[in-house]
Design a protein around this ligand. Structure first.
Ligand SMILES: [Zn+2]
Length: 76
């Protein structure tokens, strides 16, 4: 899952050429991308993803949430 105590994903400007960590697409300087904080690390490294991959991550997270939600009693 994404988000948590270490922060949540945010949109950042690409200061120097980066690559999406999922599809390795170039994130050219001057564009923007999504930065996802890495949980559980002492120093804040973060992963950068392109918009397409971020959307896929969100969809996956929504699926995961749906499954977790099923843990709740149905009569709530
Ligand atoms: Zn990507």
């Amino acid at each position: 899952m994404i988000g948590g105590a270490n922060g949540r994903p945010k949109r950042v400007d690409v200061g120097k050429l980066s690559h999406c960590y999922r599809c390795n697409k170039e994130l050219p300087k001057g564009t923007s991308c999504i930065e996802i904080p890495q949980l559980g690390q002492a120093y804040s490294t973060s992963r950068r993803v392109c918009d397409e991959c971020f959307e896929r991550i969100l969809t996956k997270t929504e699926d995961d949430l749906e499954k977790i939600r099923e843990l709740l009693p149905a009569d709530r």
